[in-house]
Design a protein around this ligand. Structure first.
Ligand code: GCB
Length: 606
């Protein structure tokens, strides 16, 4: 009997906790922020989650008193409760725990968070959603002692409806965050970046009516710069047969639609006199959608992006992508970047370099980056953390990768700046990996046929002549843009031989060099053949940039990388000291010599 009950409970929980559709453009909806100080308990042995037989408390009918999500308090002096959130310390959300508490700098495991709150202007007739910008890596979310859901994946948004569990006053929200790395996860065990744990992006409550605008896509039709197409999806009991209005006032567009039984309406309509979004004209239009009980406004840019032979065309015109790779870190404050201020610092530096393009490596960055790039006219490569050695034959692992890709596309599909979905970075070629990545690419194309698909592949020297570099990878046939990382002069090959190398590329596609670079400790000066000196890095840029410029079809570069970033792999003292030093800017915000080499190169490009 006990077995049947727990199986049924497990089944119910799997059904209930399936990911709920993501609220489109929550970014511009008014919500109640839950950012601020949250109490936390570090739970190395997961005592608050498993009982002493290692059964999850939330999988049993009567969770024991050590189930942390119950937020128990002793009822009298004889009562035993062995945890107390209110007596526990606090930390700031959003924020990673590693840079807020010295003891947690290297910590990987479970931390429980608790926030008490009242709902502002609570209305029992409304529906309420709880939205997380991201939690790294796994989040078990409980409201008022009941489970709301689980989310896996450290860099994408998710939300749960919480209407059924919410009260006007004295709610307690408890989140178990677990950032343990595991071989079958995405990313997997080994990466070259810091595994910052915690509730790393905003937490917000949204009040919605019984029927509301759940999702929409409004973009130029693929390869047609005179037509807008897309869909609107409503959610709620009365989603069918609803009047929906779509307007773009500046273009004098006013459309009225009626949803089908599923609350869906698809459309396409002509547009005239569009001012196309581009790096030099980041024009965003106000787009309004309304139904009787909901309205939402977005800012959307319209542009086409396509490839023709070896060229990338933005609005039909050839473009060279002057880029830089970026990790999501605010090194000067310390820790994961998340805010609009952080985005201004990072994209401000990219602009100063002369960039019109950034590679947001190696996972989806926060939405502030994308929204700001949209406003600043910076084109964006977005990526999921399918990095190095993923478990290619594990279906669960594939599903996790596809979920992250879906959540990313779902969030950013209306952003003009976003032009490339990258499936992976430096993954070792094999039949199984080809199937995995090809499936991901078709999933991306199904969700969004208006952007380009790529992945950061690798090159290597030809057997007969090591000065000739080639890319041997069947996935190159699948992508729209051939991109690869190349480290000649740093990981292999001599820096003074860079000028003699050339690439043999026999595929008729545009080429992006997704990485190249060298480590340098800012302030360390020596002759230019000395590793870790600013001069060595400068020379590598001086030699590499003109050599890359000769690649047939070269359409962009994103050197590695904008700023030094934390990585546990980088232990060399005194040069690395826990930092990957390939940044053009140090962790103190100081520019290295190579920053100016790249800046000059971009200034001279026409
Ligand atoms: C790479 C990786 C990047 C590393 C970089 C390096 O190819 O894609 O994540 O940080 O090399 O510095 O070795």
């Amino acid at each position: 009997m006990k077995y049947i009950v727990s199986t049924v409970l497990l089944f119910i929980s799997i059904c209930t906790f399936a990911n709920q559709p993501l609220l489109q453009n929550s970014y511009l909806r008014n919500g109640q922020s839950l950012n601020g100080r949250w109490h936390y308990i570090v739970d190395v042995y997961e005592t608050g989650y498993y009982n002493y037989r290692m059964e999850p408390h939330d999988g049993t009918e009567n969770p024991g008193s050590s189930a942390y999500f119950l937020n128990k308090k002793p009822q009298n002096k004889t009562d035993r409760v062995e945890y107390d959130f209110d007596a526990a310390p606090t930390m700031v959300v959003p924020g990673d725990w590693n840079s807020q508490e010295e003891k947690l700098f290297y910590y990987e495991g479970t931390v429980w968070y608790k926030k008490s709150f009242n709902v502002e202007n609570y209305d029992a007739s409304k529906r309420y959603y709880l939205h997380f910008g991201a939690v790294n890596y796994k989040a078990d979310v409980y409201l008022n002692g009941k489970k709301l859901g689980v989310h896996v994946g450290g860099f994408t948004p998710f939300n749960f409806e919480m209407t059924h569990l919410l009260k006007e006053k004295d709610n307690f929200l408890i989140v178990k965050v677990d950032n343990k790395r595991a071989a079958d996860e995405v990313p997997t065990l080994s990466t070259d970046w810091w595994n910052y744990g915690g509730i790393t992006r905003d937490v917000t409550i949204y009040e919605l009516d019984d029927t509301f605008i759940e999702d929409y896509k409004i973009q130029l039709t693929k390869n047609n710069n005179k037509e807008v197409s897309g869909y609107i999806q409503l959610n709620g009991e009365n989603k069918g047969n609803q009047n929906v209005n779509l307007s773009i006032p500046e273009l004098k567009i006013n459309k009225a639609f009626i949803t089908d039984d599923e609350g869906y309406v698809g459309f396409e309509f002509p547009v005239k006199r569009l001012s196309y979004w581009s790096d030099t004209n980041p024009k965003l239009y106000e787009v309004n959608i309304s139904i009787s009980k909901d309205k939402i406004s977005d800012k959307i840019g319209f542009r086409t992006i396509e490839t023709k032979g070896k060229e990338i065309l933005l609005n039909g015109e050839k473009i060279f992508l002057k880029g830089i790779s970026i990790h999501e870190e605010n090194v000067m404050r310390g820790g994961r970047a998340w805010s609009i201020e952080d985005a201004k610092v990072l994209l401000g530096w990219a602009k100063e370099l002369g960039c019109n393009y950034v590679r947001l490596a190696h996972y989806p960055h926060n939405e502030n980056m994308i929204r700001l790039a949209d406003e600043m006219g910076i084109l964006v490569w977005e990526e999921i953390p399918v990095y190095w050695t993923i478990q290619w034959t594990n279906t669960e692992t594939y599903n996790k990768a596809e979920t992250q890709l879906t959540e990313l596309i779902q969030r950013d599909k209306n952003r003009a700046c976003s032009i490339i979905w990258s499936m992976a970075n430096e993954t070792p070629t094999s039949k199984e990996r080809l199937t995995f990545l090809t499936n991901l690419a078709s999933a991306a194309r199904k969700l969004d046929d208006t952007r380009l698909i790529s992945a950061a592949l690798e090159d290597h020297g030809k057997d007969e002549d090591k000065n000739i570099m080639i890319v041997e990878d069947e996935f190159a046939e699948v992508v729209d843009v051939l991109s690869f990382n190349q480290y000649y002069g740093w990981y292999g090959g001599k820096i003074d031989n860079i000028k003699n190398i050339r690439w043999e590329i026999d595929i008729d596609k545009p080429v992006i060099i997704s990485e190249f670079g060298a480590g340098a400790l800012q302030g360390y000066h020596a002759d230019n053949m000395t590793r870790w000196s600013e001069e060595f890095q400068e020379l590598l840029y001086e030699e590499t940039l003109p050599t890359l410029a000769k690649i047939p079809g070269i359409s962009g570069i994103t050197p590695w990388t904008l700023v030094d970033f934390r990585s546990p792999r980088r232990t060399l003292i005194p040069y690395q000291n826990g930092w990957n030093r390939k940044g053009l800017i140090s962790e103190t915000g100081n520019k290295k010599k190579a920053f100016y080499t790249l800046q000059k190169f971009y200034q001279n490009i026409e």
